[in-house]
Design a protein around this ligand. Sequence first.
Ligand SMILES: [Zn+2]
Length: 107
Amino acid sequence: MENNETTPPKPQEAPRPAAAPHAYSAGPRRPSGPGGRGRFAPRRKVCRLCAEKIKLVDYKQAQIIKTFCTDTGKMLSRRITGACAKHQRQIMRAVKINRNLSLMPYN
Ligand SMILES: [Zn+2]
């Protein structure tokens, strides 16, 4: 390590803190501006019907069912409403019954 003639002199590297907790993140990763949650907000969705302890969704409970549908009568997906599978099935059945009874529009 004595002959420095063959190897070119290396540019001085910037001293990086060795004891950084996350060395891979060069800077502030999270764009948490004022009121901003970043681009993707992984938030735990909880089923609204489970939270309200509604065991069975009846087709007569139109105001509940309508919150899971658009104004045009289309059902919203679970990804949007956050309903669990059990309740989503019940909503689906209720919507279909309501459409048959013409309580809800088909399209
Ligand atoms: Zn549920």
